[in-house]
Design a protein around this ligand. Structure first.
Ligand SMILES: [Zn+2]
Ligand SMILES: [Zn+2]
Length: 283
């Protein structure tokens, strides 16, 4: 209330619509940022280290990428990963507040960040599929589009600790705005210790069999399309495209293990299942 000296000025201030404070810094938002994140002030939104043009076309990294050059990477069970931003100090802080600080309100800007990255991903994959003669055959001739959006689950214990699965929340918000079907497909059967404290080999071992398809899954229920109608396609039955959302992509281990579990859908639906990864931050 500094500078509001006269009663008329105080009245004017009281009658003015209150500006929402920025989620990240708490200052009032005077104008919507060019990134169209209405919950963040222009200054905070301007600091987001967006990945607009990833150097690695596989894992979406901004720098050159030794991981994707390893021979075993050829057997990676997902098609690509795309991340919204670099996992820098700012993103680390925001994600920590969201995951451990009870700041559920971050789901909104995060889901918008995912949505914007999703649109870039669609464009890129549509061009790619066209170049490959429609390798994954577009149903109804439309551009690349996933059949279902899902997320990396957390264990029951972690869910009890946090009260919600932060990845599910932002994935669902994104899917709702994009009018894409969203479904819970995976469960985390083993409670794993914090991944960050482990070596690559330990991480791989620790995560093996940690994820599985939810029991009694009815894929045609969530896919909402008729499997009978398209089996006569000259290229064979249409594959199912699953978009898997996670918060951070580090080594790609979680993405790979979850994709392997999701690909077990192939036996149930009797057609190929392609998994695409969409993450908020890339380390
Ligand atoms: Zn701010
Ligand atoms: Zn890579």
């Amino acid at each position: 209330m500094i500078g509001l000296k006269t009663p008329a000025a105080i009245l004017r201030r009281l009658l003015m619509p209150t500006a929402e404070p920025c989620l990240a810094c708490g200052r009032s938002i005077s104008s919507v940022s060019p990134a169209e994140l209405p919950q963040l002030c222009e200054n905070c939104a301007g600091q987001i280290p967006w990945i607009m043009e990833p150097r690695c076309r596989i894992c979406g990294r901004v720098h050159g990428c030794p991981d994707c050059l390893r021979p075993e990477a050829q057997r990676r069970p997902f098609v690509i990963n795309r991340s919204a931003a670099v996992y820098d100090d700012l993103m680390r802080q925001w994600i920590a507040e969201y995951k451990y600080g009870g700041r559920e309100d971050f789901a909104s800007p995060f889901s918008i960040m995912l949505e914007q990255t999703y649109h870039r991903m669609c464009q890129e994959l549509s061009v790619q599929e066209k170049a490959h003669g429609g390798r994954t055959y577009n149903r109804k001739g439309r551009s690349w589009r996933p059949d279902v959006v899902t997320w990396v689950p957390v264990s029951v214990r972690r869910l009890e600790e946090r009260g919600f699965n932060q990845t599910e929340l932002m994935a669902r918000q994104m899917a709702l705005r994009l009018r894409l079907p969203a479904a819970e497909l995976l469960i985390r059967s083993v409670h794993t210790d914090k991944q960050s404290k482990k070596t690559r080999a330990q991480r791989l071992h620790n995560l093996d069999d940690a994820f599985s398809l939810i029991p009694n899954l009815d894929p045609w229920g969530f896919l909402k399309w008729d499997p009978i109608g398209n089996t006569k396609h000259p290229g064979g039955p249409f594959p199912i495209r699953v978009l898997l959302v996670d918060d951070i992509y580090t080594t790609g281990t979680t993405a790979a293990v979850c994709s392997t579990a999701l690909k077990r859908l192939e036996k149930i639906v009797d057609r190929p299942v392609f998994v695409y990864i969409l993450t908020l931050a890339r380390s």
